[in-house]
Design a protein around this ligand. Structure first.
Ligand code: XMP
Ligand code: MG
Length: 184
């Protein structure tokens, strides 16, 4: 697996330090609120579990799974909910936890969707941001790290369901994903 990695962008130690800082910030900001943390499956799972341990408040945790339609329809902004939340969000202060924001489509859809359901507030935390690829402007409230326009794996992020368990954040070698595409 390590042979597929082009470069480690963010070490295990750096991620851990940043998540502690974010946890402190969120603890301070949500003291008087009714925090509900919503993780987006599957990429956000590793980040969310580490983050929640650093939030010193009573919290609800839930998950959603979404898929955006094929490339051609991406620009139309279609996102489909595959797994929804178990409970109502009415009156809750939602913090959406995402692994990476790329075009912005997923998070812009989810923010609108949860606001319409009567959440008290909806904010976003993302471990990674690829600002160079944004199509839709989305306000990111808490950010781990900016990353270059590479294919990123590790710390929850996958390529073809692999590499999610890498303890660091890395860029994948181009030939790994080019080969996979050619073999399909
Ligand atoms: P949008 O374009 O909606 O995309 O902001 C967000 C989703 O795209 C996936 N994504 C990646 N996944 N490495 C990954 O493993 C990447 O470099 C990458 N870029 C985008 C991711 O699922 C995210 O939720
Ligand atoms: Mg994802």
């Amino acid at each position: 697996m390590k042979n597929d990695i082009k470069e480690i962008l963010i070490s295990e130690e750096e991620v851990s330090v940043r998540i502690k800082e974010l946890g402190k910030e969120i603890t301070k900001d949500y003291k008087e609120k009714n925090l509900m943390v919503v993780g987006i499956l599957k990429g956000a799972v590793v980040f969310m579990s580490e983050l929640c341990k650093r939030i010193d408040l009573p919290i609800d945790m839930d998950f959603m799974s979404v898929s955006s339609y094929g490339k051609s329809s991406r620009s139309t902004g279609e996102v489909k909910i595959i797994k929804d939340l178990d409970d109502s969000v009415e009156g809750k202060d939602i913090l959406i936890v995402e692994d990476i924001i790329d075009t912005g489509l997923t998070l812009s859809y989810l923010t609108d969707n949860l606001k319409k359901r009567g959440a008290n507030s909806v904010k976003i935390i993302t471990l990674l941001d690829k600002p160079g690829r944004r199509n839709i402007q989305v306000k990111v409230d808490y950010l781990g790290f900016e990353v270059p326009n590479e294919f990123i794996v590790g710390y929850g992020l996958d390529f073809s369901e692999m590499y999610r368990n890498l303890p660091y954040i890395a860029a994948l070698k181009e030939e790994v994903y080019n080969d996979e595409i050619l073999n399909k």
